[in-house]
Design a protein around this ligand. Structure first.
Ligand code: FAD
Length: 322
């Protein structure tokens, strides 16, 4: 049933459910829609398995008391969804036309039409942009204290958090449970975080702010692990080295939602704003996972939202076909 009363834009094969994204949210949505016999098509983008596939140990996903390798967990999620008929296509959506039904997606030059769409495109973290940061990622440089803070190699070590917003303060507070001291390196002389978060962080005995400063290098690439950071005071230009066992970069996230701008309601950063459950402002388009979650950003919450989006999409299709 076209929304605008127009004829379908293309003839030919019509997908019932297309899922953009092959992370925890996407594969969970695929599992549920596949078990509902909807044969979902999962467009993986450039990172099949999503963010979790880039990490080694996941210790907080329920059901794995010994922890599980992130790549292995994502492989299992894919296998489980495929067992019930989900299909994966290694393609990145460049254009989405959601102006009327069917929805049209252009992925690697091919046009795909679908009755319902689940957006599970995730969010990337902002990087400092240092070569040493890239080389030491997952070797002491991380972007998620909740995910990695409790790992053994961060315990009883001095740790560095880079950033000055709410996330940076939250990460620093969380890390005080594990680190011997937590240095909060910020470019300005006051925190950007909400007053209550900033006060709480600065009052903590283990948190030491390093004001007006930027990390210019993460040490030590030669040793292939984090041993410290080189920090430059932006006012005096003076440099110092702070020894540490881990660097937590908390300078923000960028949801992968640019292609939906102007069509799907989102906040100023780009996080999609659902209306009811996982429904968006466009009937038939649902959202799940980190691209709509500026608060929790965990594998289990993304998976939970993937399940919810699948159930919402299934009920939407059932209601249309009544
Ligand atoms: C290093 C690291 C360690 C982490 N460790 C943990 C942990 O231990 N525990 C935990 O709970 N959480 C952890 N997280 C967070 C967790 O990975 C995320 O919360 C989770 O991956 C979010 O899932 P998602 O499906 O919403 O998005 P993502 O995993 O980001 O997946 C997004 C998917 O969308 C695809 N995509 C994007 N744009 C397009 C497009 N235009 N077309 C097609 N596809 C597209 C991508 O290729 C990808 O497949 C960690 C994150 C990182 C970075």
């Amino acid at each position: 049933m076209p929304r605008s009363g127009s004829e379908p834009k293309l003839r030919g094969h019509m997908e019932k459910v297309v899922i953009i994204g092959a992370g925890c949210a996407g594969w969970t949505a695929a599992l549920y829609t596949a078990r509902a016999n909807l044969k979902p098509l999962v467009l993986t983008g450039k990172h099949p398995g999503g963010l979790l596939a880039t990490t080694t140990v996941v210790e907080n996903y329920p059901g794995f008391p010994e922890g599980v390798d992130g790549f292995e967990l994502m492989k299992r999620m894919q296998k489980q969804a495929e067992r019930f008929g989900a299909r994966a296509k290694f393609a990145t959506v460049e254009i989405a036309d959601l102006s009327s039904e069917p929805f049209l997606l252009t992925a690697d030059g091919e046009t795909i039409q679908c009755e319902t769409l689940i957006i599970a495109s995730g969010a990337g973290h902002k990087h400092l942009g240092l070569p040493s940061e890239h080389l030491l990622e997952n070797k002491g440089v991380t972007y998620c204290a909740t995910c990695d803070g409790a790992l053994p190699h961060f315990r009883n070590q001095p740790l560095v958090v880079v950033g000055g917003g709410d996330s940076a303060c939250e990460e620093a507070m969380y890390l005080t449970r594990f680190g011997s001291v937590v240095y909060l390196v910020h470019r300005r002389d006051t925190l950007r975080a909400s007053k209550i978060m900033a006060e709480r962080a600065l009052a903590h005995a283990k948190i030491k702010p390093i004001w007006d400063s930027a990390v210019t290098e993460i040490l030590d690439v030669k040793q292939d692990k984090v041993t410290g950071v080189r920090v430059k005071n932006l006012k005096t230009e003076a440099e110092q080295i702070i020894p540490c066992g881990g660097v937590f970069v908390a300078i923000g996230h960028v949801p992968n939602t640019q292609i939906f701008r102007g069509m799907i309601d989102m906040d100023e950063i780009g996080y999609i704003i659902p209306r009811r459950g996982t429904a968006t402002n466009v009937p038939g388009v649902f959202v799940a996972g980190d691209c709509a979650d500026r608060v929790y950003r965990q594998a289990v919450t993304a998976a939970g939202l993937g399940c919810a989006a699948a159930i919402d999409a299934e009920r939407y299709l059932a209601a249309r076909n009544e």
